[in-house]
Design a protein around this ligand. Structure first.
Ligand SMILES: *Cc1c(COP(=O)(O)O)cnc(C)c1O
Length: 357
């Protein structure tokens, strides 16, 4: 495998690091290092480095800046009770990056190179893995097209990089149930589009709807399918789950929903806990009617950032309904506890999801 050259950063003093780690928020504090690897057609991956975190130097003509040929991943490293650090299912992110790369006409990155890059960064900056409850080190691998060329075609050169950011709880309100805005004006993904892969364009297209959610006093936006505008798909960056008596329902993957690693983990844990797991199309009408009748017990969102977030209220233009009194329910809590227990190393790991660094 490619050897990594190491250029060590001047590390920030322990006192400065401790101050930043006391309240890191999300995505605004970065560690001392980053990883970069270059790619060129005909040459493959080369020039792998662990180096000081810092600005990239790019031509203003860089393809990614004009046509959005950018893809990314998101995963977390958790402090373990014995003082070690463990990543959560990084192999799944390595695989998904390549599914995304293929859709965006970008080169595959060998999975072992992805894992090595992430491990190297976590190892170099392990002092930045926060150890308080609910905290973690968020890792952001990404790949951009770097040809300095304005013609529209897949780039012939790419940069893969990994940066790391200590993270507190994702939603400002902590474990308090959130309010969702169901957008009936905008859609996130269409059949044949890029909704099932992790690319920047999906987020750019979701921002106006997210802004409207905030204007309507909501925390996040929920998108409907773009064909019939009836089926619940997912929220801007999270998959959605609906809890009935003994049953967990989630919309099926089918090309317009991002296959979350957390989603997959939730489905397996729910089965393990004896719930019936049902992947089926689920309408806004059902969500509303079943919330009002009480047949629907709980609703929650899942993603690497939030882990599990309870949804208490849903709002549309002109309507609003609450789910079970907008109080977090026991199934949501049980699944979150099981997941966090595995991630933080306080519970058994029956599926082998922890990856020690
Ligand atoms: C990343 C992402 C998710 C969650 O995926 P995880 O692997 O669980 O973090 C859900 N929806 C979208 C649109 C995403 O980009």
């Amino acid at each position: 495998m490619l050897d990594f050259a190491t250029v060590s950063a001047s590390r920030r003093p322990a006192a400065e690091r401790a101050a930043l780690l006391s309240d890191p928020g999300f995505g605004r504090v970065f560690t001392d290092h980053m990883v970069t690897i270059r790619y060129a057609d005909g040459k493959g991956w080369y020039d792998a480095r662990l180096e000081p975190f810092g600005p990239l130097s790019l031509s203003p003509a860089t393809a990614a800046l004009h046509y959005g040929q950018e893809i990314f991943e998101g995963l977390k490293a958790y402090a373990q009770p014995d003082g070690g650090v463990a990543l959560f299912r990084p192999e799944a992110n390595a695989r998904r990056l390549n599914v995304t790369a293929e859709r965006l006409a970008m080169p595959r990155l060998p999975e072992e190179l992805f894992l090595r890059a992430v491990e190297l960064l976590v190892d170099a900056d392990r002092d930045w893995v926060p150890a308080h409850d609910g905290q973690s080190l968020y890792l952001r691998p990404f790949m951009i097209a770097t040809d300095p060329f304005l013609g529209v075609r897949p780039s012939s050169e790419y940069l893969f990089a990994v940066i790391a950011s200590p993270a507190g709880s994702y939603f400002a309100g902590g474990a308090k149930p959130v309010t969702m805005w169901v957008s009936q004006e905008y859609s996130r993904a269409a059949p044949g589009g890029t909704g099932a892969v992790k690319t920047a364009a999906n987020y750019a297209a979701s921002l106006r709807a997210q802004e409207q959610a905030h204007e309507a006093g909501c925390d996040q936006v929920v998108f409907l399918d773009s064909v019939e505008r009836r089926y619940i798909e997912e929220s801007g960056s999270n998959n959605l789950f609906f809890v009935y008596d003994g049953e967990l329902v989630t919309p099926p993957l089918g090309g317009t929903i991002l296959p979350g690693v957390t989603r997959d983990s939730v489905l397996r844990l729910a089965g393990h806990q004896g719930l019936t797991v049902t992947e089926r199309p689920y309408t806004l009408q059902e969500w509303r009617d079943d919330a009002r009748s009480g047949a629907l017990k709980e609703t929650f969102a899942s993603g690497t950032g939030v882990v599990i977030s309870s949804i208490g209220t849903a709002r549309t233009a002109g309507d609003e309904f609450t789910i079970a009194g907008a109080v977090e329910g026991p199934v949501t809590a049980r699944i979150r506890d099981a997941l966090l227990g595995i991630q933080r190393g306080t519970a058994e790991d029956p599926f082998g999801w922890r990856h020690r660094v």
